[in-house]
Design a protein around this ligand. Structure first.
Ligand SMILES: Nc1nc2c(ncn2[C@@H]2O[C@H](COP(=O)(O)OP(=O)(O)OP(=O)(O)O)[C@@H](O)[C@H]2O)c(=O)[nH]1
Ligand SMILES: [Zn+2]
Length: 370
């Protein structure tokens, strides 16, 4: 007997979510493109045994897919994803090409196929290093045991499809220091099915522009008071400001490490300890300057009944994203942390390389007076 249980969710989305989980577990998946199929495996956690097994299937036809940021670091002038042939699945060579600071390109770089791009997107969605081994599969070739299969087109559509798919799963009052009348509202869904939190401070009047902040999670700064960034100060200053004024909504977004994940942020911190600045360190790892998308944050605000906002941020991208999503941005205001010996270079990089509105000289002058 065969029973059919039709899943309420979109099967295309389900397939991508299964594939993300396989990637996070260091298992390969099969990506089915319009006219090609390929086996794809992230390079993170590639052990000798898996390398040998991939080698047996690849028979010399594997290639390593690298994003443009990494190719630039390898000395190429490129704006597009590329792939390098792997005559053998050699872990040391793969690591050098994908990760090492002194890596240099040692073979021709071919333009990426659509399947290559989709494999890389899957690695990013899984918060892994953006570097993937791809083995084209000829027509009729089947792999045993059966691997998770996913359509490349579904991977491409996933982020956008999930951005608006958020629902409230729980809410309760949580009195905060300086803002006793606060409520936590937890949303679930979006990219990666993470939990995203809206903290409603006080009782903002939703018929007027509401003070809001989109705050990307920073475990090191928010929780441990790391001196490397300004996040903890910004978080607490926002709550204090909202508590003392007409209230507001703080979105605490699960976007650790500018969306790269905590593991990649700590990899980047290691590079920073060797002298790279915040954006160069990310580039060594293959990440473009900022991976974050903020459209889903606007969806959360709208779900809470907000239509016009005053934004607390120094980041022009956040302001643009809220406008793009159809919210009325009435004004934007700076929210500044304390400058420290350890974070001043980080702040300067954000100002100089990402156009953040940070008056470092003013900050330093005012912190000297204190
Ligand atoms: N990859 C990477 N992420 C970092 C680094 N330092 C801090 N972050 C992350 O950067 C993000 C900063 O978030 P926010 O404070 O919301 O954003 P912002 O872009 O600085 O904008 P505003 O604070 O609103 O002006 C957090 O996710 C941090 O974890 C770093 O050196 N590398
Ligand atoms: Zn931080």
């Amino acid at each position: 007997m065969r029973l059919v249980l039709s899943l309420s969710e979109d099967p295309a989305v389900t397939a991508v979510e299964r594939a993300i989980m396989e990637f996070r577990s260091a298992r390969p998946v099969v990506i089915e493109g319009a006219d090609a199929r390929a086996l794809a495996l992230p390079i993170e956690d590639l052990d000798e045994a898996m390398a040998e097994r991939i080698e047996a299937v690849a028979a010399g036809h594997a290639h390593l897919v690298l994003p443009p940021a990494r190719l630039r670091r390898l000395g190429l002038d490129r704006e597009a994803t590329g792939s390098v042939a792997l005559p053998s699945v050699d872990r040391t060579r793969i690591e050098t090409l994908a990760l090492k600071v002194d890596g240099r390109i040692d073979a021709p770089v071919r333009p990426a196929d659509p399947v290559d791009e989709e494999a890389l997107e899957l690695a990013r969605l899984a918060l892994l290093l953006p570097a993937v081994i791809v083995v084209p599969l000829g027509a009729g070739v089947e792999i045993d045991p059966v691997l998770v299969r996913v359509a490349g087109a579904d991977i491409r559509r996933y982020r956008q499809a999930k951005a608006a798919d958020l629902r409230i799963v729980s809410r309760a009052p949580v009195p905060l220091d300086g803002a006793p009348a606060s409520e936590f509202v937890v949303f679930r869904g979006g990219e990666g099915l993470r939990d995203q939190v809206a903290v409603i401070v006080g009782a903002p009047d939703l018929t007027k522009p509401v003070t809001v902040r989109l705050h990307s999670a920073c475990l090191t700064g928010d929780l441990f008071g790391s001196l490397k960034c300004d996040c903890g100060d910004q978080l607490r200053e926002t709550v204090r400001f909202m508590g003392q004024n007409e209230g507001g909504i703080l979105l605490y977004l699960d976007q650790e490490g500018r969306g790269n994940g905590i593991a990649n942020k700590i990899r980047a911190y290691k590079l920073q300890s060797q002298g790279y600045d915040t954006y160069d360190a990310d580039e060594v790892l293959g990440f473009e300057a900022d991976q974050r998308r903020f459209a889903f944050a606007a969806v959360m605000l709208k779900a809470l009944g907000v239509s016009a906002v005053r934004v607390l941020t120094n980041n022009p991208e956040k302001i643009a994203a809220l406008k793009q999503a159809g919210l009325t941005v009435v004004s934007d205001h700076r929210v500044l942390g304390r400058p420290t010996a350890e974070n001043v270079r980080y702040l300067a990089s954000k100002r100089d390389r990402a156009g953040h509105y940070i008056d470092i000289e003013g900050l330093l002058a005012s912190s000297c007076k204190d």
